[in-house]
Design a protein. Structure first.
Lengths: 362, 362
DNA sequence: ATTAGCACTCGGAAAGAAAGAGTGCTAGCA
DNA sequence: TGCTAGCACTCTTTCTTTCCGAGTGCTAAT
């Protein structure tokens, strides 16, 4: 299923032409670039269309890349783009001040990413899912006890629980055994109604307390996992012709503005080798993103935490430029937060190294 | 310059009609409402137009309120709107959980306000301008000293300053005297180049240190004054027909997304007696807001801090409904944060009291 | 295998026509 | 004097119609 060299060049030219102009690209324009006649191009394009890499908005328009076409372009065709000195300098400068707390930093990184790419951007740092390591129950008086939960990240949470009825020491001990048996080592997503039910069934006369403690547990875990997310530049969508329809723009901006939806969409099949993941149009899970694309990069935020930065844009996105920028920013963040160099790809490192010499200029 | 009763009714009807439909309203529609013939209405409207309360988009369209018309409507004509039980219940519920820190709270209040009004909204708590009460300089060694600034809000800030040259104790003492003389009691806005210059001139051989300490001072003051601001629902603008032009929408959304611009626009001539301020179209200072309106309410955030919530929308905004909602939310916030009741207007209190009986329903 | 030429298609811009809403004015009526 | 009815006029909006051109697919020639 390998394409000829010329087909590749044509597909590349179509993708990049369309990215640049947002207009279907026709055979005549390509003729010059490729170096053969428009008729030849037409034949080739016709085949590419049959293979599913190109599409025709209508009979007498030029061609437009299909999602599969973009995918091929992203995977094999596109050239890694180098940033200009000015760009690396701008990023380095922004990242220089590390004295911020994590939430402010995420907000700033979101801004930075958005302003560098001209697309809406988000940045977040995700803590690994947390579970409770052990529960302790402290009996205070017959109406009162304290739950203490030690989490896997060594945080300790506690809650004083005051009851409208009385319990005695043994009941609390039972409860302790129950929770240590059923609620340790599970993350908040794994706590289901049915676990709670079965625990309640096993609880005997401490029945009524299970729900209270369970909800406390879930609160702890959820709070520990919540990722601060910075979102910026949502309105930049309006620069893109594909979102000139206010309704489309509105729907997508809503989606973006709600950080939690983005986070849900995250934990992905995995990042590419270079720490970049591109999902194109229909590849996205969320309905709202079905005809947009997302490019994201991951970085090491230290302490076992992983972070993500990403941008959202039309399928006709400048993948190459965006990928390069995200990659560079992610590498910078890894350095900043974890002191490590780029997580995987060598390219990051190279770009980084290269820039360090230029830093003083720009 | 008082208008006849009928003129008032007509103006009110035009404003409310236009608010509801976004279309210029013609004489025929009003005829029913007002209870006289369309010709009469036309005469009246023509006079109202001459007085500057109405405008004609073009010769053969209906009338539209002018900014002056809106103003009159807001000041005298519009009826205070009561919230429904469902609305008050929703607001009360949202405000119930007070355990948040201020930044999260602002974000949530922004969301709440936006979702209640269907317009973009912001919420912020502004600390009163802070000044330095006194400076202390601690001599550490010949290259190092510490500046300690006690602010009027009793916060203490400090900075260790390391010099590439040496100073001795007396110089630091001089510096201390200088700063205590020139930089105490002034807010960050009042620190001008010229004050810094004149201090430098008076500084003698400590000349070079003045700029360093001055910039530290400004940093402190700015940081102390920075208000956490929550912005939400910017994309709701796109629901409004006047922002269907993506360029307009983009410009305004940009403005809104940048919290600092909004804050600058704030410290206003003053709130109305009921704690609500409405600025209509050209009344706004910021160029970006010249054909939008802003309704804002202030609340007491305790500890001498004042907070503001506001919404941005087209001049054709539902002033009455928005004002009622903001008023109610602001009153709730005052109660929540300062334990006080509404700052000024009695209406707030009344609405509030009224709702407290309904709280459990909704 | 490539290219030149040609007829055909289809969307989008431009031009023209018709519709409709609303005004302003004049004249008649209480 | 104030209100209403009627009518001619204005101006936008919308719908059609027309026209143009970019781009295609095919065929025949190199």
């Amino acid at each position: 299923m390998d394409l000829s060299e010329r087909k590749k060049r044509i597909l590349t030219a179509v993708v990049e032409g369309y990215i640049a102009t947002a207009e279907p690209v026709g055979s005549k324009h390509l003729a010059e670039q490729i170096g053969c006649s428009s008729a030849t191009i037409r034949n080739e394009m016709s085949e590419l269309t049959a293979m599913g890499y190109l599409e025709q908005p209508h009979t007498s328009a030029g061609r437009v890349p299909s999602p599969a076409g973009y995918r091929l372009y992203v995977n094999e065709l596109m050239e890694k783009q180098k940033l200009t000195e000015a760009e690396t300098a701008a990023i380095n400068e922004k990242l220089a001040r590390k004295d911020e707390q994590i939430e402010k930093l995420m907000a700033e990184v979101g801004q930075l990413t958005s302003s560098m790419t001209q697309y809406p951007a988000y940045a977040l740092t995700m803590k690994p899912p947390v579970a409770v390591k052990r529960f302790d129950f402290i009996y205070v008086d017959q109406n009162t006890f304290i739950v203490v939960a030690l989490l896997t990240d060594n945080m300790v949470k506690n809650k004083l629980i005051h009851l409208p009825f009385s319990v005695h020491q043994e009941q609390i001990t039972t409860l302790s055994a129950l929770f240590n048996a059923n609620f340790t080592g599970v993350t908040d997503r794994e706590i289901t109604e049915s676990i709670i039910r079965s625990t309640e069934r096993a609880a005997g006369d401490t029945y009524g307390l299970v729900a209270v403690v369970a909800s406390f547990t879930m609160e702890c875990l959820a709070a520990a996992r919540t990722a601060p997310v910075g979102i910026a530049g949502a309105s930049r969508l309006l620069n893109q012709p594909e979102y000139r329809d206010p309704d489309k723009a509105h729907a997508l901006m809503n989606f973006i503005a709600d950080g939690s939806r983005l986070v849900d969409d995250l934990p992905p099949a995995g990042m590419g080798a270079d720490g970049i993941r591109v999902t194109i149009g229909p590849e996205n899970l969320a309905e709202e993103l079905k005809d947009s694309s997302v490019v994201m990069a991951s970085y090491d935020a230290g302490d076992g935490m992983r972070g993500y930065i990403g941008v959202v844009g039309p399928t006709r996105m400048d993948y190459s430029g965006v990928a390069a920028k995200l990659s560079y920013i992610a590498a910078g963040l890894s350095r900043l937060l974890a002191g490590t160099d780029a997580p995987a790809g060598l390219d990051n490192k190279l770009v980084l190294k290269e820039s360090e010499h230029h830093e003083q200029e720009g």
